[in-house]
Design a protein around this ligand. Structure first.
Ligand code: ARG
Length: 251
């Protein structure tokens, strides 16, 4: 019994102190391990066994640029950056906004898109920050939406959900007064629900980036240069227009 406990403790220590794979090691293996959530349309979605979405196609384009095969790993959103610390994969692409707090734990690439957090509510519901006073709001746990909604003065109950789609469902079921999430997701929701919900104000803007393990500068450099190429050779624009009908790069 005692021995088992010790072994597990030793393994945990090993996993957390071990180095992330450097660019040379990844290149030599021929395959890059990328993690995402797979539940955040239209950015990363697991449909049956197939991963699709803007970030999935973009990451595959970057890997191709780098001459690598891709091995995808899906994890609940809230676990993604922890798995990175534990060297379970090489990088994460899952719509993480660059925040000072996250930047203490991981290193961010250059942003791969720019967006914001927006309010969606049923007709007659809250559509501005001021309207949120006393109202209940649904957000995905561990997100910048949660952080920013909490700052809205007088906001009522803020309910968190493991997945963004669960937070949307809570709004549709009338269990909350509003949902706050990505502005592009919000537009898709309004479109899909035809008149049942309305798009409200933007609460904040954010720059979204890929994350590597803190200190993995060799991989970060390659990712940034592949992103630059994609932005400059038309690949990025093509993938972006497929999902958004516009170019969502940061300007
Ligand atoms: N952009 C928001 C953030 O930075 C939400 C990201 C959610 N991503 C996801 N794959 N569910 O926290």
């Amino acid at each position: 019994m005692k021995k088992t406990v010790l072994t597990i403790a030793a393994l945990t220590l090993l996993a957390t102190t071990a180095q992330a794979r450097t660019w040379d090691e990844i290149k030599q293996s021929g395959t890059i391990k990328i993690a995402t959530e797979g539940a955040f349309p239209p950015f990363n979605i697991l449909e049956g066994k197939k991963l699709t979405g803007f970030e999935v196609e973009l990451a595959e384009n970057l890997a191709k640029e780098l001459g690598l095969k891709v091995q995808w790993v899906t994890q609940p959103f809230d676990n993604l950056l922890i798995g990175l610390q534990q060297n379970r994969y090489d990088f994460v692409i899952a719509s993480h906004g660059i925040t000072p707090q996250r930047a203490k734990a991981v290193d961010f690439s250059n942003p791969h898109y720019c967006t914001g957090g927006a309010i969606v509510a049923k007709p007659g519901g809250p559509l501005t920050a001021a309207d949120l006073a006393g109202k209940s709001v649904a957000v995905q746990v561990g997100t910048t939406y949660l952080e920013n909604v909490r700052k809205v003065s007088g906001v009522g109950d803020v309910k968190t959900f493991p997945k963004d789609t669960d937070a949307q469902a809570a709004l549709m079921a009338g269990r909350v007064d509003a949902w706050v999430g990505d502005k592009f997701t919000g537009l898709d929701l309004v479109k899909a629900q035809k008149g049942k919900v309305k798009a409200g104000a933007l609460l904040f803007n954010e720059r979204i980036a890929m994350a590597v393990k803190k200190g993995n500068s060799s991989l970060l450099k390659e990712l940034n240069s592949a992103l630059d190429k994609s932005l400059n050779n038309g690949s990025y624009a093509k993938i972006s227009s497929k999902y958004f009908g516009e170019d969502v790069r940061c300007r």
